[in-house]
Unconditional design. Structure first.
Length: 228
């Protein structure tokens, strides 16, 4: 399930957007105050999309976007009553992915949301994925810190396995499914090969590799990846 964060202080509009996004099957977190949202965005960001009103109490949407871009490449969609070219350009220069002027058509909003989510979850598109404070680029197989320090370069199969975990996030993946997806009709590796891949992931991404929270072993079945 895609996770969307909505930061909007106008009650009726906020409720309308949240309700319709939920009806589309998305998980929604809502904030009404810029300062409150800024506290959240200063830590690890686990959303697939963030929708920001530009004019918010205490901290503007533009300032929130600056904070987000210090942490994450998550797609950002601005909502604003300011629709001049200068306003749009200012928002996009801050790193936003799109800009929607109020009042807007609900179908247009839902379409933009769908497009942004689709683009953010195509590993082969060149966009990065984020796990905790680590950025994974599936075009180069590289894992980097938020300040662009190279930590590790995956083998092709390691990258494929990580893509599978992200695709199946929150679901249990059996060893047989991993073997089918990564090796197909090729010679089947030993079970230890998969275990070593998982061990490497834990060393890279877990706070405590001996007590994993992200890459969980499900006894007798396989593994489960849980980002939150």
């Amino acid at each position: 399930m895609y996770r969307i964060c909505l930061v909007e202080d106008e009650l009726s509009l906020r409720d309308m957007i949240a309700l319709n996004l939920q009806l589309e099957g998305y998980s929604i977190s809502v904030y009404v105050d810029g300062a409150q949202a800024k506290e959240v965005f200063q830590g690890p960001i686990h959303y697939d999309l963030i929708i920001l009103d530009v004019m918010l109490p205490h901290v503007s949407g533009f300032d929130l976007c600056k904070t987000i871009r210090l942490q994450s490449s998550v797609p950002v969609l601005f909502l604003s009553a300011k629709g001049t070219t200068a306003d749009r350009v200012a928002g996009l220069k801050l790193g936003a992915n799109d800009y929607l002027v109020k009042p807007f058509d609900l179908e247009e909003l839902l379409l933009k949301v769908k497009i942004l989510l689709k683009g953010a979850n195509q590993p082969d598109s060149g966009l990065a994925n984020r796990i905790g404070t680590k950025i994974i680029d599936f075009t180069t197989f590289e894992v980097r810190t938020m300040d662009n320090h190279l930590l590790h370069t995956f083998t092709k199969r390691e990258a494929q396995l990580l893509e599978l975990f992200i695709e199946k996030e929150g679901k249990v993946i059996s060893r047989n499914e991993i073997l089918d997806r990564l090796w197909g009709s090729e010679q089947i590796p030993t079970s230890r090969t998969i275990d070593n891949y998982i061990l490497n992931f834990r060393k890279l991404f877990e706070t405590d590799a001996k007590n994993p929270k992200l890459f969980q072993s499900i006894r007798g079945v396989g593994y489960k990846f849980v980002r939150d």
